[in-house]
Write a protein that binds this ligand. Structure first.
Ligand code: NAD
Ligand code: GDU
Length: 337
């Protein structure tokens, strides 16, 4: 069976392509290389001994999307990763985010609704919960007003898919990721942030490598045990495996609802200082850091209740924080060597 992976050369997409191919799926990737490189194909091939089909295509070009689906009639399912994802950038350039994250979704769904049946997986985010009142966060927690245009595109995206699935032959799974980190253990693929990383783990590994002078820890006076924010850091390979299981569920259709939502996290919260200590442990070196004022828009704490994914998908994250950080560190060293 052939699966279309949009954004399949990006961070989470590339790891998912590997796991799909490992499970025997054929894959065709659409990516416009706006935040990735064609070299990622080599990394995927080195791990799986199989090169996925690749079409360089900007999903904002509706006519090209239509043409693509005419050419590829044999697609059984779609995993839609392609999007812009920098929260800060979305505040400064909201229309870029609404165009790239919403228009592209609409164009894909317009093609899929013409099929007799279609299976669709959407990359959503725990950002939809904002600062949830109860930890760990279940899928029933209320959706909060989005704190950025990026976050809003995830909420609107979920609504568009839900409205469409109700009245079409599309079955969809919305996956709400907590904080994906790490890299493939082979270090053939990983995260490649452009410029100065905004996310914690790439900033830590770059600082460890000497590319950055020191890490700024945003806030040391939060109402948490050590004063720093708490997140649920999930190894990207675990996350990727969940997509394969979700796709198998869509294709098998056993007890499937038209729209299903799953949290993807480990279920464990880690503070920023705990992540730093994990890095120091796996790298055997001290990390220079200082506590600075809070970053605007950060929630204090967010970690997942993963019961639904555990019970319905039969999926559980396997990697520890140390293993995820170790893979990120190995990747950083490989990329810079
Ligand atoms: N990484 C995270 O922390 C995180 C958390 C929650 C949700 N998500 C979501 O998961 C998805 C994947 O995230 P990622 O971290 O792998 O991001 P990424 O930037 O590494 O990957 C996205 C890929 O999509 C491609 N792309 C972007 N716009 C495109 C377009 N118009 N046409 C074709 N290709 C296009 C990019 O070139 C890139 O390769 C995104 O939808 C993101 O919003 C990510
Ligand atoms: O240089 C840094 C970078 C981050 N942090 C802290 O590290 C934690 C994690 O920050 P990230 O930026 O890595 O991740 P976020 O939880 O802020 O954001 C992630 O989760 C969001 C949902 O909450 C969105 O989905 C977003 O795309 C995704 O990057 C936060 O407490 C943040 O304040 C620092 O202290 N210093």
């Amino acid at each position: 069976m052939k699966i279309l992976v949009t954004g399949g050369l990006g961070f989470i997409g590339s790891h998912t392509v590997v796991e799909l191919q490992n499970q025997g799926f054929d894959v065709v990737i659409i990516d416009d290389l706006s935040n990735s490189s064609e070299d990622v194909l080599k990394g995927i091939t080195a791990i799986t001994n199989k090169t996925p089909e690749f079409e360089k295509l900007d999903l904002r070009e509706k006519a090209k999307v239509q043409e693509f689906f005419k050419k590829h009639q044999d697609i059984s399912g779609v995993i839609h990763f392609a999007a812009s994802k920098a929260v800060g950038e979305s505040v400064g350039n909201p229309l870029l985010y609404y165009e790239n994250n919403i228009n592209t979704l609409v164009y894909l769904l317009q093609e899929l609704q013409q099929k007799s049946e279609a299976s669709f997986i959407f990359s959503s985010s725990c950002t939809v919960y904002g600062q949830a009142e109860v930890m760990p966060i279940t899928e029933n927690a209320s959706i909060q007003t989005a704190m950025s245009p990026y976050g809003n595109t995830k909420q609107i995206g979920e609504e568009i898919i839900t409205d469409t699935a109700k009245v079409t032959n599309i079955n969809a799974i919305l996956l709400r990721y907590f904080n994906p980190i790490g890299a493939h253990p082979s270090a053939e693929i990983g995260e490649l942030p452009l410029g100065v990383p905004q996310n914690l783990v790439p900033f830590i590994t770059q600082t460890g490598f000497g590319l950055r002078q020191e890490l700024s820890v945003f806030g040391g006076d939060y109402p948490t045990p050590d004063g720093t924010c708490i997140r649920d850091y999930i190894h990207v390979v675990d996350l990727a495996k969940a997509h394969v299981i979700a796709m198998q569920r869509l294709l098998e259709k056993k007890n499937l609802e038209k729209i299903e939502i799953f949290n993807l996290g480990t279920g464990t919260g880690s503070s920023v200082l705990e992540v730093i200590h994990s890095f120091e442990k796996v790298s055997g070196q001290k990390l220079p850091y200082k506590i600075v004022p809070r970053r605007e828009g950060d929630v204090i704490s967010a970690y997942a209740n993963t019961d639904k994914a555990n019970n319905v998908l039969g999926w559980t994250a396997q990697s520890t924080l140390d293993q995820a950080i170790e893979s990120a560190w190995k990747w950083e060293q490989k990329v810079r060597s």
